[in-house]
Design a protein around this ligand. Structure first.
Ligand code: HEM
Length: 481
């Protein structure tokens, strides 16, 4: 990418400004394509803090992870929700939460997040296990143990999407499965393909049939329809109750809020599951260790892996799967490219290490781009290589990583940071653990020969877990246990 820019200095203490990066349609994608390289090149030239003028916004990048804590702790002056409230409503189609029309809603919504965590996670985890087993049994644990072929992304998507949906939103009144799940998934993929453009604030009316697709997706969550669902999670029930308190929210607005949660809960989890599975399948030595670990835990619990019997994992058992957890975290390190953005609430001087500080103006965006940290050879040796046990040391989780001889407070940030850290992160990792455990217990799997290695599609850079550029075919069969 060729970028022409003029470099000059603004007020005293403000970071170098890279100007002239003229916004136009699709510019966000161009950034996406080269974000990691683009930022690395500017860091080389201008140091670890610089400002870029993007789409009329001043965005200051803090590139040195040793400086991250200084940004993250300024919760009041550097707010995440103001920015997300400008982008999310346009993307998902509900009225802005912080517009003044819905007093207290933002706080209510924040409070509901605890229903995804702590002791509440036990119920969610148990419910997910039942739903995973159900979907596996209906669609995959059938027939004899002959070899069958399948695409990995397709497999992850069909199982994780439906099992997550059932766990959070519940099931219809007179059936175990929702009708139209395949269409819902296909519509979701269509919408998700346009997601980077919507986040870049391209009006939905310019994006072909995307508006009609989104309307269909939103309608799936119409309150009347949802009222007939049972086994709905406490989290969704609580959100529905919060939304009910606001008379100015129409039924379609409420449905759009639920649709946003569907996106939050599967939009990143499905590609994350793909990468976790893909890396294990292409690293047989890792797969063998992880499989043995899972068998070990199950033996301790005395559970048979009989196909007709529901398996259960306790939280403690899931927590004890150290190798599996490290392998998932390693695949998250390699595939995540979310950007952490905060908006300055006032003009102030952001204190960095020692005597160093930078001037920030009200409305400026401060941005952390953890992919640069995840791929920093000064922190991670051979960062481009998958090392399934990178996060294990002396039989325990490894948490000490260093840069320039200093211990890092933040070394893996796939789930964001500080007060806006993803509230679903523990649930998500448990989901991936449960899914992979079932797969490894039930199936022999092999990647079919002659396929290109999967690479990361950079078009969602800044927005979460990157998708693969292509799918990969495997053959699988029931294990004879
Ligand atoms: C591997 C899977 C996932 C990844 C990588 C992921 C990542 C993220 C990230 C990066 C953020 C933004 C945080 C920030 O900017 O500081 C976020 C927010 C959020 N995530 Fe996740 N997430 C995942 C799964 C989930 C799941 C399963 C749920 C729900 C069940 C969920 C619910 C949310 C919600 C509600 C927010 C918004 C939080 C807020 O407004 O403060 N996520 N997630």
């Amino acid at each position: 990418m060729h970028i022409s820019y003029v470099l000059y200095y603004r007020r005293d203490g403000e970071p170098p400004l890279i100007n002239g990066w003229i916004p136009f349609l699709g510019k966000a994608l161009e950034f996406g394509k080269n974000a990691h390289r683009f930022l690395a090149a500017h860091k080389e030239k201008h140091g670890d803090v610089f400002t870029v003028l993007i789409a009329g916004k001043y965005m200051t990048f803090i590139m040195n992870p040793l400086l991250y804590p200084y940004v993250i702790k300024h919760k009041k002056q550097l707010d995440f929700h103001e920015f997300s409230d400008q982008v999310a409503p346009l993307t998902f189609g509900y009225p802005p939460v912080g517009s003044g029309k819905f007093p207290g809603m933002s706080e209510h919504i924040q409070r509901s997040f605890h229903l995804l965590q702590g002791d509440n996670l036990n119920n969610l985890t148990a419910s997910l296990m039942g739903n995973l087993m159900f979907v596996f049994r209906q669609d995959y644990l059938t027939g004899e143990s002959e070899w069958r072929t399948e695409s990995v992304y397709q497999l992850c998507n069909s199982i994780m999407f439906e099992a997550t949906f059932l766990t959070l939103f519940g099931k219809p009144a007179h059936s175990s499965r929702h009708s139209g799940m395949v269409t819902l998934r296909e519509d979701f993929v269509k919408f998700d393909t346009m997601f980077p453009l919507l986040i870049a604030r391209i009006p939905i009316s310019l994006l072909g049939g995307t508006k009609a697709t989104r309307d269909k997706l939103i309608n799936y969550f119409h309150p009347q329809r949802m009222s007939g669902w049972s086994n709905t999670s406490g989290f969704i029930k609580e959100r529905a109750a919060v939304l009910e308190q606001y008379d100015s929210l129409g039924d379609v607005d409420k449905a759009a809020h639920h649709f946003a949660i569907l996106w939050a809960s599967v939009g990143n989890t499905v590609p994350a599951t793909f990468w976790a599975m893909y890396y294990l399948l292409t690293h047989p030595e890792a797969l063998a260790v992880v499989r043995e670990e899972i068998h070990g835990v199950l033996q301790v619990s005395g559970i048979e892996t009989h196909h007709n019997r529901d398996l259960t994992f306790t939280r403690e058992e899931l927590d004890s799967l150290l190798n599996l957890e490290s392998s998932i975290n390693e695949s998250l390190r390699l595939s995540s490219a979310s950007m952490n953005i905060r908006m300055a609430q006032e003009d102030f001087s952001l204190r960095l290490e020692g005597e160093r500080s930078i001037g920030v103006r009200k409305g400026d965006l401060i941005s952390l781009y953890p992919q640069s940290m995840h791929m920093d050879p000064g922190i991670y040796e051979n960062p481009e290589i998958y090392k399934f046990d990178r996060y294990i040391e002396n039989g325990k989780e490894k948490t000490d990583f260093y840069k320039d001889g200093q211990k890092l407070k933040y070394y893996r940030m796939s789930f964001g940071s500080g007060s806006t850290k993803c509230p679903g992160r523990h649930f998500a990792v448990n989901e991936i653990k449960q899914f992979l455990s079932l797969l490894l217990l039930y199936f022999d799997m092999e990647v079919l020969e002659g396929q290109k290695p999967c690479t990361l599609d950079p078009s969602r850079a800044g927005l979460g877990i990157l998708l693969p550029t292509s799918d990969v075919q495997i053959r699988y069969r029931l294990r004879r246990s």
